[in-house]
Design a protein around this ligand. Structure first.
Ligand SMILES: [Mg+2]
Length: 221
């Protein structure tokens, strides 16, 4: 049977990337001429497209203007992150490598479901040494709406698969809502800014990936 596990990146596989975070202020200033404060913006679980909209709308930038310069802004973001990337930007969370290794040798295929732009996700996964585990992905430049990234991931996966055999793993209530909206299973892991009680809407909640036994039992591995 075809089964697919889709992993969020920030707060799930890795710590949030300080350079990626800083790049929002950089592109808002350099492309839109607007000063923004990404640090205080509640961005966790959002797509890069959604964050950019939210940040600029807060500064009263019009929708049309945001859309018209978005391609240019995201190119500048990729350039900024590529040029400034450091080890803090791809720091794996505890026991992630071991869990991926075990899952990789199971009947599950692994994919990515992240709000990061595809180029930035690829760069960070490559640098952290885990990119070869993942065969498909949905990214922040595919859509502003997180649940829609699931369709993009399935498309790139390229195999016919039942929604009940797809599992989305993430660290925020928005990941769980995306899973529900996309009619796939939800696994919460409380290694981001949210506590496990915030993730109680998931089918399984882990404190962290040290609880691998609980995960493998749930997945029947
Ligand atoms: Mg996350």
């Amino acid at each position: 049977m075809v089964k697919l596990l889709l992993f969020d990146i920030d707060g799930t596989l890795m710590e949030e990337s300080p350079t990626h975070t800083a790049s929002f202020n950089y592109i808002c200033q350099s492309i839109y001429g607007v000063q923004t404060e990404i640090e205080s913006f509640p961005r966790h679980g959002m797509t890069d497209t959604g964050i950019l909209y939210g940040l600029l709308k807060k500064e009263n930038v019009e929708d049309d203007q945001i859309r018209n310069s978005m391609k240019k802004a995201f190119s500048a973001m990729v350039e900024y992150v590529s040029a400034n990337l450091k080890p803090d930007d791809y720091k794996l969370l505890d026991n992630v490598s071991a869990v991926l290794d075990k899952l990789h040798n199971s009947e599950y295929s692994l994919g990515i479901l992240t709000g990061n732009l595809q180029a930035i996700a690829s760069l960070r996964l490559e640098k952290s040494g885990i990119s070869s585990y993942f065969v498909a992905g949905g990214y922040g430049d595919d859509s502003r709406v997180r649940s829609e990234l699931v369709n993009h991931a399935i498309q790139r996966f390229g195999k016919s698969i039942e929604r009940e055999n797809i599992y989305l793993i993430g660290d925020t209530p928005l990941d769980i809502r995306a899973a529900r909206d996309a009619s796939v299973n939800a696994i919460g892991v409380a290694t981001g800014v949210y506590k496990s009680s915030d993730l109680s809407g998931a089918d399984l909640v882990l404190e962290n990936f040290r609880e691998e036994k609980k995960l493998f039992e749930f997945l029947k591995i």
